[in-house]
Design a protein around this ligand. Sequence first.
Ligand code: 2P0
Length: 324
Amino acid sequence: MSTAIAHPNIALIKYWGKRDDELILPLTGSLSLTLDVFPTTTTVTLAPDSAVDEVLFDGAPAGAAERIVAFLDLVRGLAGSTTRARVHTRNSVPTGAGLASSASGFAALAVAAASAYGLALDDAALSRLARRGSGSACRSIVGGTAIWHAGSDDDSSFAEPVAGPDLGMVIAVVDAAAKPISSRQAMRRTIETSPYLPAWVSSTEADLAAMQQAFARGDVTAIGELTESNALRMHAAIMAARPPVRYLAPQSIALFDTAARLRADGLEAYATADAGPNVVFLCRGADVDAVRDAVAADPAAGIAPDRLVAAHAGPGAHLVEGAA
Ligand code: 2P0
């Protein structure tokens, strides 16, 4: 029996689009912060007497377990095993709400399954494995800030730590319901129909290079400006798909305005949003509580204090039980 814990990550430079659907190789590199909130805990137990994999979410049989079974098949292939497994996942993040539950989910599963099947993988290999479950999961193998190299093939596409200033985030939960269209489907539709895709790819490559320089300088202002701009460019490319996909709600837009007001008042905070209406404020680690209080106090933001979650840099996915 092997149990692993992983946390979600929020991208400062986004991953949006694959150049290989099977291997999950991204069109561009991306850069993220793994958080210390909303952990996923996953236990994998080998079940030699079972003819099928058993997948439970919070103790109940999972509805859509195909991706998990396909992932276990991949691990079994690496391990030369045909033994089935029992997978039990406990999530503290609202599933499917754009809060990256697939990132923490597949990162925890990769670490727990590799251990249960006796694979000795280093962090780069674990990141490559997690990537096969969900692209963004490769970044949750890494604690704190991580860069996912687009790479040229399976071997070279993985995440690793990137040094930089201490950053924090405040998550504004606009809507914790499941999103209307999965990021996987919306990514594909963006690639197939958005005329802005080439501009998204070329500008994200430039943003990632500029972001690496900003990290090396410890330049929080540049990091924040690039983060907010890159998120809006991603949403512009998504909204330009046909039929259109719009993840941002009116309150999401209001929260981007709140970030601008905070900056005008001298508190540096920058907004980003993933494939859903929730908005995440990026700031200095030391400013997290001040940013949360300022967002809560902005009447135009219209968000209750209990919907604001303060987060700092969190650990990479790791085993809490079982052999590495
Ligand atoms: C990101 N997102 O960089 C971007 C920004 C959402 C918006 O990675 O198809 O669930 O499993 O590789 O990793 C969400 O995409 O997609 C995502 P798959 P994933 O965080």
